[in-house]
Design a protein around this ligand. Structure first.
Ligand SMILES: O=C(O)c1ccccc1N[C@@H]1O[C@H](COP(=O)(O)O)[C@@H](O)[C@H]1O
Length: 217
C-alpha cells in the first residue's frame, strides 16, 4: 500500500497559511464560517485567501446550520470546491444543499460511542463525503475544532459507501496511530497544527503531514 493519504488542514486564518499548508502537502484547505470560532473568517478575507489557492487543491467552506441566505452569500462571494456541514443538518437538508449549490457536500458526524455510528450510514446515503469527528465535549460552544479525539477502535475496519475523513483531536504525535488503527485514507486537522487558537504553525503542518503519511505507508 502506498502513502497516498489526503490531508485537509482546516481553519486557515492568515493568507500565508495557504502556501504553508500546500507546501506541507495538504490536498484540502478549510475556511471556517462560524462566529464563535477563533478560526472564523469574514467573507472578504476568505475570498482573498481562496483566490490564491491553486487549481487541484480543494477549497472547503465549513458552516454550522447555515440557512440558504448565508450559503447564497458565501457561495456567491467565495470560490469554493466543497461545503462542509458541521452542525445538526438533517439528511434532507444535506440533500437540499447539494442540489441548490451544485457543490459536493461533506457532512460531519460526531462520534462519542457506538450509538452514534448508525448516523454515518444515514448520512452516507446523501452526502458526497463523511467527516468522522469527535462529539464536542459537554458545554462546548462549537461543534468541532475542540482538540478532542474519540475512541478510534469504534470505527476500526468500518467502511461507508462514500469517501470519509477522520477528524477530532489529531496531532503530529497521534495521527500515524489513528491512521493505522482506523485505515483512514483522509484526515482533517485544525487545533493540532496551531501554536495558539486560530494560529496555524508551518512546522506543525509539515510534521502532521509527514506523520500521517508514515501511518498510511
Ligand atoms: O475549527 C473550528 O473552530 C470549528 C468550529 C465549528 C465546527 C467545526 C470546527 N472545526 C472542525 O472540527 C474538526 C476537528 O477539529 P480539531 O482538529 O479537533 O481542532 C475539524 O473538521 C475542523 O475542521
Amino acid at each position: 500500500m502506498g502513502s497516498d493519504i489526503k490531508i485537509k488542514i482546516c481553519g486557515l486564518t492568515d493568507p500565508a497559511d495557504i502556501p504553508a499548508a500546500i507546501l506541507a502537502g495538504a490536498s484540502y484547505v478549510g475556511f471556517v464560517f462560524f462566529p464563535k470560532s477563533p478560526r472564523h473568517l469574514e467573507l472578504e478575507a476568505a475570498a482573498f485567501m481562496a483566490a490564491s489557492v491553486p487549481v487541484g487543491i480543494m477549497k472547503v467552506a465549513l458552516t454550522v446550520d447555515a440557512d440558504d441566505a448565508m450559503l447564497d452569500t458565501l457561495t456567491g462571494q467565495v470560490p469554493l470546491d466543497m461545503l462542509q456541514l458541521h452542525g445538526s443538518e438533517s439528511p434532507e437538508r444535506v440533500a437540499g444543499v447539494k442540489s441548490r449549490y451544485g457543490l459536493p457536500v461533506m457532512k460531519a458526524v460526531g462520534i462519542a460511542d457506538a450509538g452514534d455510528l448508525p448516523q454515518l450510514e444515514t448520512y452516507g446515503r446523501v452526502a458526497d463525503q463523511l467527516l468522522v469527528d469527535a462529539k464536542p465535549p459537554r458545554g462546548a460552544d462549537r461543534p468541532g475544532g475542540n482538540a478532542v479525539a474519540f475512541d478510534w477502535t469504534l470505527i476500526a475496519g468500518r467502511r461507508w459507501p462514500v469517501p470519509w475523513m477522520l477528524a477530532g483531536g489529531l496531532t503530529p504525535e497521534n495521527v500515524a496511530q489513528a491512521v493505522r488503527l482506523t485505515g483512514a485514507r483522509q484526515v482533517d486537522v485544525s487545533s493540532g497544527v496551531e501554536s495558539a487558537p486560530g494560529v496555524k504553525d508551518a512546522d506543525m503542518m509539515r510534521a502532521f503531514v509527514e506523520a500521517a503519511q508514515s501511518g498510511a505507508a
